[in-house]
Design a protein around this ligand. Sequence first.
Ligand SMILES: C[S@@+](CC[C@H](N)C(=O)[O-])C[C@H]1O[C@@H](n2cnc3c(N)ncnc32)[C@H](O)[C@@H]1O
Length: 425
Amino acid sequence: MLDAQRLAALAVAQVLAGRNLNQVLQKELARHPQLTPQQRAMLQDLSYGTLRHYGTLQAVLGALLQKPLQDESIRALLLVALYQLAYTHTQSHAVVDHAVRVTVQALRKTSAKGLVNAILRNFLRRREALLADAAAAGEEARHGHPQWWIDKLRSQYPQQWEEILACGNQHPPMALRVNRRLGNAQAYLDQLSQVGIVGRALAQSGILLEQPVAVDRLPGFSAGQVSVQDGGAQLAASLLDVADGMRVLDACSAPGGKTAHLLELADLDLTALDHDSKRLQKVEQNLRRLGFKAECLVGDAAEPQKWWNGKPFQRILADVPCSASGVVRRHPDIKWLRRESDIAQFAAQQAAILDALWRCLEQGGKLLYVTCSVFAEENSRQVAAFLQRHGDAELLPLPGRAEQDLQLLPDQEHDGFYYALLAKL
Ligand SMILES: C[S@@+](CC[C@H](N)C(=O)[O-])C[C@H]1O[C@@H](n2cnc3c(N)ncnc32)[C@H](O)[C@@H]1O
């Protein structure tokens, strides 16, 4: 546990200094190949868990400290240890003992040994009262999200805001998409049950697992029988309404979940674009595993003149960069890294991408606008402004659904997504 706790504290400190959790963890895991699978899983759990509950943990730590703590590495270590004591079943004496040893041996801060020991023992003595006081003290601690985020959700979703916030603090579900060219959900559920994995069918070819599992335990994964994809994300491909032979652009394609799904539905002349060449390699890997072909291009969706050959597309999927506020439970660092002003910046970037892609769409063609956000600025308001700017655009009813556009809120089955289908008149 010593290594996992020490490295988790290092990861949390880096995230609180502004870095992305996934990237930080990948770097730490690469630098420490000696970690056992259990230690790797624990490092992951401690880092994600601490950030998931950071709102509460920082309030608890604030209540335990007599004066502000200047040392960021000790602060991060205390947050991780408090997470372990408050939210995991790890033996409390081992958590305290390890935190003290990390302070002295790894951080070489012998002078902080007494403080670390006292704070953690004090927490153990007054655990319930401290957690209750933190929840009563303020909304950030009660709901585990920054205040501006809470205020925005409350004003945009007066009925559901608390549910959305609670969902953002849960562990995410794991869903699969069965490659319909190779099977169906029912047959794959039988294969899963033979290896002791329990799940149930979702709409179309989706399966929701009772417990997340490593992909190498999924039968036929490397042969392309199945992919991991959230149930909400699985709606995209069928909403775009593709048919064999169509010229299709997936404009923000990496890592390729929706690209692959489109190719499972129809034989397409598909271009997969992404401005990040490293991420585009993931699309190529995904397509190779599933046995599909597409033209993979590195390019900026807002600047088609740099990569487009001028031949209009019949369908465009615009799964644009966004705040990711609908998938925050998968990326708990996001809520602490984002600033309120980022939302307007995302909206401006999305508008530029939409306007540019519109020029690449054939008359009579359709563009599906997608975000994994729950904020209206990136979703319904973005599409309303687009329709104002483009007299040749019409919002179509979503195929097979009652709604004109769809704001999917996160729940036990799927993440939060927004979908709007636009036709070029
Ligand atoms: C939400 S993710 C796409 C997820 C993907 N559609 C899937 O289902 O697997 C957004 C992607 O847009 C890419 N991106 C961001 N800005 C872009 C731009 N201006 N042009 C092209 N791609 C961009 C990012 O690199 C990222 O891979």
